[in-house]
Design a protein around this ligand. Structure first.
Ligand code: GRF
Length: 198
């Protein structure tokens, strides 16, 4: 049975595009919705250009009421009956109550080699720490931020003179390879971790 995948974004949606483009032919999943918490972002236009249904649940309309925002988000999601949620550049922290409703059915991509550098400014922190490598991680989403079971990682060396931007420039293309590879396995019920370079 083809799995239905809803992708949550907040901005450009480059990971969403990579995921959507990967779900073709014998892939066990298809995109059913792209939803953003921010209106008028490029990711919504890119999803429409790909023929994917879109929606926007603007978190600013809820004046800090996280529960009300998540109730509206949940309503938008269930309309499209997704089997899997993929957070892809989604920049809102979700409550344990929301995450629990999607336990075992929600993935996220994080721009660090978890468990190192949960949260923000990951590349700057890795450079600052003098690390020799950095990367990205796809993990199952659990109530603890950036903490769920790791399903895949991609690594790059940190080079002398690297800045957060140059490092991001090398990691983002790997995100676009890693996330689709993990989703393909995950949608087929395979949780064997993906490691890049392989
Ligand atoms: C990426 O670095 C991703 O790791 C993080 O958000 C950034 C932008 O992602 N979650 P996208 O281009 O919006 O997919």
């Amino acid at each position: 049975m083809t799995k239905r995948v809803a992708i949550l974004i907040s901005g450009g949606g480059s990971n969403m595009v990579a995921l959507a483009r990967s779900m073709t032919r014998d892939h066990p999943a298809r995109p059913c919705l792209v939803v953003s918490n921010v209106p008028d972002v490029a990711g919504l236009e890119r999803a429409e250009a790909l023929g994917i249904p879109t929606d926007c649940v603007d978190h600013r309309q809820f004046n800090g009421d996280r529960v009300a925002f998540e109730a509206a988000l949940q309503s938008a999601l269930v309309e499209h009956t997704p089997d899997i949620l993929c957070l892809a550049g989604f920049m809102r922290i979700l409550t344990a109550e929301f995450v629990t409703q999607w336990d075992g059915r929600m993935l996220n991509i994080h721009p660090s080699l978890l468990p190192k550098y949960k949260g923000l400014n990951t590349h700057a922190r890795a450079i600052e720490a003098g690390d020799t490598e950095a990367g990205c991680t796809v993990h199952e989403v659990t109530p603890e931020l950036d903490d769920g079971p790791i399903l895949g990682q991609a690594r790059v060396p940190i080079l002398p003179g690297d800045t957060p931007d140059t490092l991001a420039g090398r990691i983002l293309p790997l995100e676009h390879q890693l996330y689709p590879a993990v989703l393909r396995r995950y949608a087929a019920g395979d949780r064997t971790p993906v490691h890049l370079p392989s």
